[in-house]
Design a protein around this ligand. Structure first.
Ligand code: SF4
Length: 176
């Protein structure tokens, strides 16, 4: 089974990448995060994610930075709180695009670390992933990124690898 893992950033994905690589899982990481602003921040997170992938010998695919479309889709939802309706749209856009990519490029299943952080609502991520899966006919596999020591390992790796650890999810309600 070939897995395509959507990563939002190195701090959220490092422990999962380490574990999958250690288990010799057939997988690649995809960086599709047009929600991140400004672009310099996007570049910083992308480069840091690439550093982690290279450390574990994992391929990282970067998809387009389509922030204009992201803004169109989330227009009117600028004042929504994190975990609100804007996040529904944001997750759906990213997961659907990654599922379409998976379908076209020989991956069997998509997974993500979008719910790895304690700031996220894992049920929300899984609900939207299910929806995207129904729309694209690509299966979604929930991956353990919080329990079973994964949170602690994530924190340890952030320190060990001196990972850049941002202070906000990705979007900023006001245009920058
Ligand atoms: S808070 Fe994060 S998940 Fe929610 S809309 Fe912004 S970038 Fe997307």
């Amino acid at each position: 089974m070939k897995i395509l893992l959507l990563s939002c950033c190195a701090p959220c994905s490092c422990a999962v990448i380490e574990k999958l690589a250690g288990n010799h899982t057939d997988f690649a990481v995809v960086f599709y995060n047009p929600n991140i602003r400004p672009f310099s921040e996007y570049q910083k997170r992308r480069d840091e994610n690439l550093r982690v992938c290279e450390k574990y010998g994992v391929k990282m695919i970067e998809l387009e930075y389509d922030n204009e479309r992201w803004q169109e889709l989330t227009s009117g939802l600028e004042n929504e709180p994190e975990r609100g309706k804007r996040c529904d749209i944001c997750f759906e856009m990213r997961l659907k695009r990654v599922m379409e990519y998976a379908k076209e490029n020989g991956f069997d299943v998509v997974s993500s670390v979008l719910g790895a952080s304690r700031w996220k609502d894992l049920n929300q991520v899984n609900r939207i992933a299910c929806l995207a899966s129904e729309q694209t006919s690509v299966p979604y596999m929930e991956i353990e990124a919080r329990k079973c020591g994964m949170q602690q390992r994530r924190l340890d790796l952030i320190k060990e690898l001196n990972l850049y650890n941002q202070k906000y999810c990705g979007c900023k309600p006001a245009k920058v």
